[in-house]
Design a protein around this ligand. Structure first.
Ligand code: SER
Length: 325
């Protein structure tokens, strides 16, 4: 089995071999950025460099601790939502652009992780002919496995052109792992926009080339940049052949320990009745959410955020309370 630690190491070594500076994860508490409660993406610590300021190196790669609260209600109910997770990313500050970012992502997946090419689909922003043609003509991905989508799916931040926020943004291209037609809805037209579970988005390549202005216009940045993000736990679930992120090597022992503490614990091997199955599902779902929240709270406290009644501390308090109820 390819462990999560090994995948992280392979990723950082791969980009080191492409002359990237390996940068340590930033704190979950962003420095000098009052617009953010928590660090929620690998690019946060590089925002100034994307704006062309204080650029001391032009290529970086990291595994960034992230906390996002937007999906809180889904944690434990779906296969892959988290509050706390690690985001693998490679970044270019006015150095390489779409051709290299796409080629290296493909090389990492197919040559390093050895994922068969035909299990990968990609999406591009509908107006990004350049990205489309790199995928089709240089990488030779079959057009049937390239989908062109709108700004909700293929712009980062999502819908930035029409809704903001202001600041660095750009079209993106996502790479999806295909579990195959036997998984999910079974419809012939099923593609990555279908949420039936057949496809999982594993890597987002953002071509950060604009600085959205207060009047909503997209001003070209002085330099074109690359910002990629891949959820470590999600790619680990693909590589380890498990159905949910909570079954990967770094989560399983935590989830199982929480289950063992549950007074209502029922042997998972017993699949005789729906009632038992439903109870098992409920316990697993709750244990997964608690495992997620324990990690989030642990990393928050380690970064200096104590439970309290406001702002960051309130999030920590809420996560603890939800785990206990
Ligand atoms: N910033 C992008 C994201 O969070 C890619 O890293 O998806």
């Amino acid at each position: 089995m390819m462990t999560t630690d090994h995948i992280r190491r392979l990723f950082l070594e791969f980009f080191k071999s492409k002359n990237h500076k390996i940068v340590a994860s930033d704190s979950l508490v962003p420095k000098d950025d009052p617009t953010l409660l928590f660090t929620g993406a690998g690019m946060n610590q590089f925002k100034e460099m994307f704006l062309g300021r204080n650029v001391t190196y032009r290529r970086a790669a990291s595994s960034q601790k992230c906390l996002r609260t937007g999906d809180l209600n889904n944690v434990g109910k779906t296969s892959g939502h988290h509050t706390f997770f690690e985001m693998l990313g490679n970044f270019s500050f006015g150095d390489y652009f779409k051709a290299e970012a796409i080629a290296w992502a493909w090389e990492f997946f197919t040559a390093v992780l050895k994922i068969p090419e035909n299990m990968l689909w990609v999406s591009v922003y509908k107006d990004d002919k350049e990205a489309y043609s790199i995928w089709k003509d240089s990488i030779k991905v079959a057009p049937a496995r390239i989908v062109a989508l709108g700004e909700k799916d293929n712009f980062w931040p999502s819908e930035a052109p029409s809704k903001g926020p202001n600041g660095p943004c750009g079209p993106c291209s996502e790479i999806f792992y295909d579990y195959g037609p036997a998984v999910g809805c079974g419809n012939t037209g099923c593609s990555p926009i279908c949420d039936c579970g057949r496809f999982v988005e594993v890597w987002n390549l953002v071509f950060t080339q604009f600085d959205r202005q207060p009047d909503g216009s997209l001003k070209a940045l002085p330099n074109k940049n690359i910002d990629t993000g891949m959820g470590l736990e999600r790619i680990a679930s693909v590589m380890q052949g498990v159905k949910t992120n909570f079954e990967i090597d770094i989560f399983k022992p935590i989830v199982e320990t929480i289950e063992a503490y549950s007074v209502e614990r029922i042997a998972y091997s017993d699949k005789k009745s729906n009632a038992i199955r439903n109870t098992q599902y409920a316990i697993r779902s709750k244990a997964s959410a608690i495992a997620d929240h324990i990690r989030a709270v642990t990393f928050c406290i380690a970064d200096g955020v104590m439970p309290s009644n406001d702002e960051r501390g309130y999030v920590v308090r809420k996560l603890i309370r939800r785990s206990m109820s």
